[in-house]
Design a protein around this ligand. Structure first.
Ligand code: GLN
Length: 446
């Protein structure tokens, strides 16, 4: 723990992955663990981990990288945090992110940018940018992020590490600050596939506090790492290597396909007729759910409260005006419009129908194939300040990322080379609750 704290202190100057380094808490925890008998030690005994700052931690600030929650200290732990503690992991602190997980660069954080450890002129991706950068910089071997529309996989790809978004319901969302409840999942980040599989084995499972968590048994995911993918059926959607995806990234993914084939996998191209609607569908649904979820930040129950109000209405209004950043406001305004009496048929209801069509496209593919692969992102990391927070720039990436969330399927990003000295990610998507196959393929490829 001491060595980890030293490394964090040295590297934070350059990377700024943490919002809060839990120096005292971690030291105290390590001392407690020291007293523990060796026969009761959990599978993550003494292992340092970092936590995205939208996952609640008892007695430790949880800001969601927002002014709204700058001083918010939760009174309970997320279920995933309880499970980590039970397994003996040591929480080294809270990691930077886009405000309320809305963004793709970590630039919308109220606490400033995180930088990409491979080249500090570039962003680490987002919204779990701190989670990816902390692992890539060697500050912690493991971290938790959250993935509503790619926010674990995209930063993992930009930072050259492994990032898993499990099946919807695999990990309890109790204590994960809700962005879009039908899409959100906690995800796991690590340097190797094996570490990732171990971490997921610890935090997955049914939870009485989250009725959408699954009762499916949680296997030991590390047991799936056999290296044997002979005969595996792999689908490569034609659009995933076509227009909008950088040619060099497509080349890196084609090389990865050759590697999988040399290991005995059978790779074939498939079509996904409705895939071009995925980003629009995602933004309508995620913003509609977000405007509802974020209505709880009213200045009375949590966090920031304006000092400039003469009556209750002004208090609500100014708290939200002063407490939320621009990107969050944009989503709330758009979501409110999409759910309004005059427009919800055209926007929200239509997006739900499109979501079903996209899900059917994937159902058809998965009748014949074990996994779907492609690039995790269409480009390598963006230069700091380059995208100006403009979500439209991110559409080509969202086409690759959001289908896993819209369909509730698991998807993982594993490093697959470099373009101009920046990492590239290979995305592997699987059948519901078949994280084992994803780990198996990624491990065989790694
Ligand atoms: N880029 C997506 C967005 O801004 C991803 C968000 C996420 O997965 N949390 O909404």
């Amino acid at each position: 723990t001491e060595a980890t704290l030293q490394t964090i202190e040295q590297r934070e100057e350059k990377i700024h992955a943490f919002i809060h380094v839990a120096k005292e808490e971690a030291t105290k925890r390590a001392e407690q663990l020291d007293q523990e008998a060796s026969n009761t030690r959990g599978s993550l005994f003494g292992v340092p981990i970092g936590i995205k700052d939208n996952i609640v931690t008892k007695d430790m600030t949880t800001t969601c990288a927002s002014k709204m929650l700058e001083d918010f200290v939760p009174v309970y732990n997320a279920t995933a945090i309880d499970k980590l503690e039970a397994a003996g992991a040591i929480n080294m602190g809270k990691l930077n992110m886009d405000e309320f997980a809305m963004g793709s660069t970590t630039e919308t954080s109220y606490f400033g940018n995180t930088l990409n450890p491979w080249n500090t002129d570039y962003v680490p991706g987002g919204s779990s940018g701190g989670s990816a950068a902390a692992v890539a910089a060697g500050e912690v071997p493991l971290s938790l992020g959250s993935d509503t529309g790619g926010s674990v996989r995209q930063p993992a790809a930009f930072c050259g590490i492994v990032g898993m978004k499990p099946t919807y319901g695999r990990i309890s969302r109790f204590g994960l600050t809700a962005f879009a409840s039908s899409l959100d999942q906690i995800g796991t980040l690590s340097r190797t596939v094996e570490d990732n599989a171990l971490l997921l084995s610890v935090i997955a499972g049914e939870d009485d506090n989250d009725s959408s968590s699954s009762a499916k048994a949680v296997p030991d995911f590390t047991a799936a790492l056999t290296g044997d993918i002979n005969g595996l059926k792999v689908a490569v959607p034609t659009p995933y290597l076509g227009e909008g995806v950088d040619a060099e990234i497509a080349t890196a993914v084609r090389e990865a396909i050759t590697v999988l084939e040399s290991l005995g996998a059978v790779c074939e191209e498939v079509e996904l007729p409705h895939i071009q609607y995925a980003p629009t569908t995602y933004y309508v649904i995620s913003s509609s759910e977000a405007q509802s979820n974020l209505s709880r930040f009213d200045g009375l129950r949590y966090g920031y409260h304006t000092e400039n109000a003469e009556n209750l209405e002004q208090a609500y209004f100014r708290t939200r005006q002063e407490g939320f950043g621009d990107e969050v406001k944009k989503r709330i305004i758009f979501g409110t419009y999409a759910m309004s009496a005059d427009h919800h048929e055209d926007l929200y209801v239509r997006a739900q129908k499109t979501r079903t069509l996209i899900a059917q496209d994937f159902d058809t593919v998965f009748e014949k194939y074990d996994v779907v692969i492609g690039p995790t992102t269409a480009t390598t990391a963006f230069k700091l300040g380059e995208t100006g927070g403009d979500q439209l720039v991110h559409y080509a990436n969202d086409v690759l990322a959001v289908p896993a969330n819209l369909t509730g399927r698991p998807a993982l990003s594993v490093p697959c080379g470099f373009v101009n000295e920046l990492p590239v990610g290979l995305q592997i998507m699987g059948k519901h609750f078949d994280e084992e196959t994803l780990y198996k393929v990624a491990h065989a490829y790694e």
